[in-house]
Design a protein around this ligand. Structure first.
Ligand code: NDP
Length: 323
């Protein structure tokens, strides 16, 4: 079995020497256990942050995967069963039933969607946007990281709810793609002045902001929020690799005077309701109202490259690794 282990704690942008691909021997199975082999793995921005708080040298990188049972001593999980688990960046793992999480109903969708539109990023977009922003028809919604796994879905959900959607992404191709998804205004945030773009697209201000990036970008959006606007703080990717944490003006006076509702969240708080989110997402996909994209990297040995790509914008839609 192969696994990716922490050789050095990340400091700033992840470097070659920070992770190591190692070979390990696995023991035989005990009663009740299964040997699973990864079919699809996910790389997500949170893995960078989680390490900062919880990681130590020698740990295997954490993360979710979709795998196939290839040996079994558990009659409920015969060889060939597909399971979803947080087994980390491992090609093969010995697990027991309680490590396996319920798979969503995928119908004819690819198994990889259980790590994307039908999995954690999909549920993040669904609950994190609808529950916190409470969008209403005709309102103006801004999405940062708009061509990513979560952002591309948030924009489409906002369109379904009848909002005007303004998306920001990091290159022209990504902007073209989200425009084709129905976003009303799209901008390459590397090329425009954010404040000018918002004044142009939302002259009367922004009702809802779904924040994937944080930093200076979010400070510009804050200035353009309407009175009683709502902000869902989902991610702060622009800050994850920062060594000199943002020396920006604290935004609290603006939050106060605009009486904004600003709420951070972690998607796992809605675990008990994920089936509801999965049902709605899968219906929207079938009705053609939600389109999704995956950027698939082939090979377990390329996991780290795929992960580092998240911070360079190498992915459009969900970043997936196929074994
Ligand atoms: P994405 O698919 O959006 O991938 C990351 C993207 O972020 C890149 O493709 C890149 O796109 C953009 N990016 C990278 N660096 C920067 C930067 N310095 N400034 C602005 N944009 C940058 O990832 P996800 O959709 O999986 O996650 C999006 C955000 O949501 C992340 O911040 C993540 O941590 C957060 N998240 C939070 C969850 C929660 O429960 N709160 C759950 C899941 C995700 P581009 O080319 O456009 O720059």
């Amino acid at each position: 079995a192969k696994s990716w282990k922490i050789a050095k704690l990340f400091n700033g942008v992840p470097k070659d020497e920070d992770l190591q691909l190692v070979e390990e021997d696995l023991p035989g199975l005990k009663d009740g256990e299964m040997l699973i082999e990864a079919v699809y793995l996910t790389v997500d921005p949170y893995m960078r942050v989680r390490l900062e708080t919880n990681g130590k040298v020698g740990d295997t990188m954490m993360g979710e995967q979709i795998s196939k049972v290839i040996e079994s001593k558990n009659k409920d999980y015969p060889v060939g069963t597909i399971v979803r688990s947080y087994s980390g960046w491992r090609s093969r793992t010995i697990v027991s039933a309680d490590a396996c999480r319920r798979m969503p109903e995928l119908g004819d969708l690819s198994l990889s969607t259980a790590l994307g539109v039908m999995g954690m990023p999909g549920m993040t977009a669904f609950f994190g946007f609808l529950e916190i922003c409470s969008p209403k028809e005709g309102e103006v919604v801004v999405v940062s990281g708009a061509a990513g796994a979560v952002g591309s879905l948030v924009g489409q959900i906002a369109k379904i709810k009848g909002c005007k959607v303004i998306g920001f992404a990091g290159d022209e191709e990504k902007c073209k793609w989200i425009k084709s998804l129905g976003f009303d205004c799209v901008y390459n945030y590397k090329k425009v002045n954010i404040d000018d773009a918002l004044k142009e697209a939302a002259p009367e201000g922004v009702d809802c902001y779904f924040d994937n990036v944080g930093g200076e970008f979010t400070l510009s959006v804050l200035k353009n929020m309407k009175l009683f606007g709502r902000m869902s703080i989902c991610g702060q990717i622009s800050q994850y690799n920062a060594t000199d944490k943002l020396k920006a003006e604290l935004p609290f006076p603006m939050i106060l005077f605009k009486q904004l509702l600003v709420q951070g969240f972690i998607v796992t708080r809605w675990y008990p309701r994920w089936a509801e989110g999965e049902k709605q997402m899968s219906q929207w996909i079938r009705e053609g109202k939600i389109t999704y994209k995956e950027t698939v990297t082939e090979g377990f040995e390329n996991m780290y490259t795929a992960f580092r790509g998240l911070f360079k914008g190498s992915n459009t839609g969900k970043a997936i690794v196929k074994c």
